[in-house]
Write a protein that binds this ligand. Structure first.
Ligand SMILES: Nc1nc2c(ncn2[C@@H]2O[C@H](COP(=O)(O)OP(=O)(O)OP(=O)(O)O)[C@@H](O)[C@H]2O)c(=O)[nH]1
Ligand SMILES: [Mg+2]
Length: 283
C-alpha cells in the first residue's frame, strides 16, 4: 500500500479548492469567485486501487490586513512541512506573477524530502502560446514537474492525478476507503452556508461573514451567521428574508433528506480583527 500528503498552496482565488474537488471527485472544500474563500486547512482524500492521497487544501496566501488574514496565512504556511508533494497553483489566465513568486519564496519546502509540482490552472479558453509563455515564466521556481490544466473543464486533471499517485511512497492509508474529507458534519454545514453567502453577497460582506453550527439535534440544525456590524445584518437577511431563504434551500439540498435548517444572523463587532474571536470560530 502507498500513501502520501499533498499540500496545495497559492495566492487566493487561483483555484486550489476547485482542483482538490476535481481530483477527489466530490465537493470537499467550498469554492467561490471571491478571494479568501478557504479559511482553514481541509483534508481531501483520493483513493485508488493501491494508493491514497491526502490533499491538504489551504487558504490563499496574501498580504494580510486583519487578524483573520494573518491567521489564515499562518495556517497555509504551516501546512507544507512533512508532506510528500507541495503543489503550487497559479492562475494562467491572469499570468504567472510576482505574487506567485512571493508564495514560493515564503512557503517552506524541504526539497530533499518533498517534491514541488507547479500547476498552471484556468487554462480553459487559453491559446497554446499563452499557456507556454506562462509555464516558462514559472520555470524560475525550479519545480520537479509542471502541469497546465483546467480544474473547471477537467482538461489535464487526469494526467496530474496520475503523476501524483505515481510518486506516493509506501505507507498505510490515513482514511477508510470512501471517506473524502475530514470536516465534522457541523463544520461541513457551516461551510456550505458560508459558500452560499459568498455567492449571494458582495463588497465587504463576504469577508465579514463567519458561520457556526450551534445545535445539531437531527433533523433540527441551527446555524449562526456572524457579521461584523449591525448595518450588514440586513444585507445578509435580504429583503423579506429572501437571501436567507435562498441560502437555506441551497444548503438543505446538499444535506441528508429531512433536515430542518434554521439560520440566525448575529453581530459580533469586528470579530475579524480580534484573535480571540477568530480562534473561537475555529479558524
Ligand atoms: N475559468 C476557470 N475558472 C476556474 C478554474 N478553477 C477554478 N476557477 C474559478 O476560480 C474561482 C476561485 O476558485 P477556488 O477554487 O475557490 O480558488 P482558491 O484558490 O481555493 O481560493 P481561496 O480559497 O480563496 O484561496 C472560482 O470562481 C472558480 O470557479 C478553471 O480551471 N478555469
Ligand atoms: Mg480555496
Amino acid at each position: 500500500m502507498r500513501s502520501g500528503l499533498v499540500a496545495v498552496v497559492g495566492r487566493p482565488n487561483v483555484g486550489k479548492s476547485s482542483l482538490v474537488n476535481a481530483i477527489v471527485g466530490s465537493k470537499v472544500s467550498i469554492v467561490s469567485d471571491k478571494p479568501q474563500t478557504t479559511r482553514r486547512r481541509i483534508h481531501g482524500v483520493a483513493t485508488s486501487d493501491d494508493a491514497q492521497i491526502v490533499f491538504v487544501d489551504t487558504p490563499g496566501l496574501h498580504k494580510a490586513v486583519t487578524a483573520l488574514g494573518e491567521r489564515v496565512n499562518a495556517t497555509a504556511l504551516a501546512s507544507t512541512s512533512d508532506v510528500d508533494v507541495v503543489v503550487l497553483v497559479f492562475d494562467a489566465a491572469k499570468g504567472f506573477g510576482k505574487g506567485d513568486e512571493w508564495v514560493a519564496a515564503n512557503v517552506a519546502i524541504d526539497r530533499s524530502s518533498t517534491k514541488l509540482f507547479v500547476v498552471a490552472n484556468k487554462c480553459d479558453g487559453l491559446a497554446g502560446p499563452k499557456v507556454l509563455k506562462e509555464l516558462s515564466q514559472s520555470d524560475v521556481l525550479g519545480a520537479d514537474e509542471y502541469f497546465p490544466l483546467s480544474a473547471r473543464s477537467g482538461k489535464g486533471v487526469e494526467e496530474f492525478r496520475r503523476a501524483l499517485f505515481a510518486v506516493m511512497p509506501e505507507g498505510p492509508w490515513y482514511y477508510p476507503d470512501g471517506e473524502t474529507h475530514d470536516l465534522t458534519e457541523e463544520e461541513w454545514v457551516a461551510e456550505l452556508v458560508r459558500e452560499e453567502l459568498l455567492r449571494l453577497t458582495r463588497e465587504e460582506i463576504p469577508y465579514s461573514i463567519a458561520t457556526r453550527v450551534t445545535e445539531w439535534e437531527w433533523p433540527r440544525v441551527k446555524c449562526e451567521i456572524i457579521v461584523e456590524r449591525e448595518s450588514q445584518k440586513g444585507m445578509v437577511i435580504g429583503r423579506g428574508g429572501q437571501v436567507l431563504r435562498e441560502v437555506g434551500e441551497a444548503v438543505r439540498k446538499q444535506m441528508s433528506p429531512g433536515a430542518f435548517l434554521e439560520l440566525r444572523v448575529v453581530v459580533d463587532k469586528d470579530w475579524q480583527r480580534r484573535p480571540g474571536r477568530i480562534e473561537r470560530l475555529g479558524y
